[in-house]
Design a protein around this ligand. Structure first.
Ligand SMILES: CC(C)(COP(=O)(O)OP(=O)(O)OC[C@H]1O[C@@H](n2cnc3c(N)ncnc32)[C@H](O)[C@@H]1OP(=O)(O)O)[C@@H](O)C(=O)NCCC(=O)NCCS
Length: 166
């Protein structure tokens, strides 16, 4: 079992070397956890939002290494009459991928999401369209593509929207 620590600015040094892959979409995810408060792609910025602030956690192994991070926020999607839970970002560090940690973390996130009475029992997320491994992994875990996308106006990338009922 991984340990779970709420993320905060004091823990930035713990994630300074966090690496989850070399592709553009992997680096975007690892940059998010390292980002400064006020940064455009930053966990601390998303935790500080007035509407749907993100909760972010570091997951550690028995030796005290940070092996992963995860997060949950809320989102208002037009097809739902109440907010759903949203996973802003989740990643397992490269040396620890393929060991089942993501599956453990997803169970943790689903439990947290189910216990949030302000949100309906659905979890959504956005994946970079070229991150085919993550898309197929999420489908393996029951998520489906909703058919909607979210376009990042600065980069032009259209992220694939996925959701699952929990
Ligand atoms: C995506 C990521 C989080 C997966 O973490 P992981 O710890 O390696 O995943 P796990 O070992 O727990 O495997 C999860 C499950 O998906 C399955 N799986 C793995 N790759 C798969 C693929 N390409 N297609 C379908 N299923 C896949 C595994 O068999 C496992 O299934 P099981 O629970 O039935 O045994 C990790 O590779 C990562 O951090 N990647 C970079 C960042 C990223 O893409 N984040 C997600 C987008 S926000």
């Amino acid at each position: 079992m991984l340990t779970v620590h709420p993320f905060s600015v004091d823990l930035l040094p713990e994630v300074a070397d966090f690496h989850c892959g070399n592709e553009v979409w992997d680096v975007e995810v690892s940059d998010w956890i390292k980002g400064p408060l006020g940064g455009r792609n930053s966990a601390l910025t998303d935790m500080d939002r007035r509407k749907h602030p993100a909760e972010v956690w570091l997951h550690g192994d028995d030796d005290g290494n940070v092996v992963a991070f995860s997060s949950l926020a809320g989102a208002t999607w037009k097809k739902y009459d109440r907010p759903i839970s949203l996973i802003p970002n989740v990643a397992v560090a490269t040396p620890h991928q393929g060991k089942g940690y993501f599956s453990e973390i997803l169970k943790f996130l689903f439990t947290r999401a189910r216990n949030d009475e302000d949100r309906i029992n659905a979890v959504g997320l956005y994946v970079h369209p070229q991150n085919v491994n993550a898309i197929s992994l999420y489908e393996h875990k029951g998520f489906h593509k909703t058919g909607d996308t979210w376009k990042d106006k600065e980069t032009g990338v259209k992220y694939v929207q996925m959701a699952v009922h929990i």
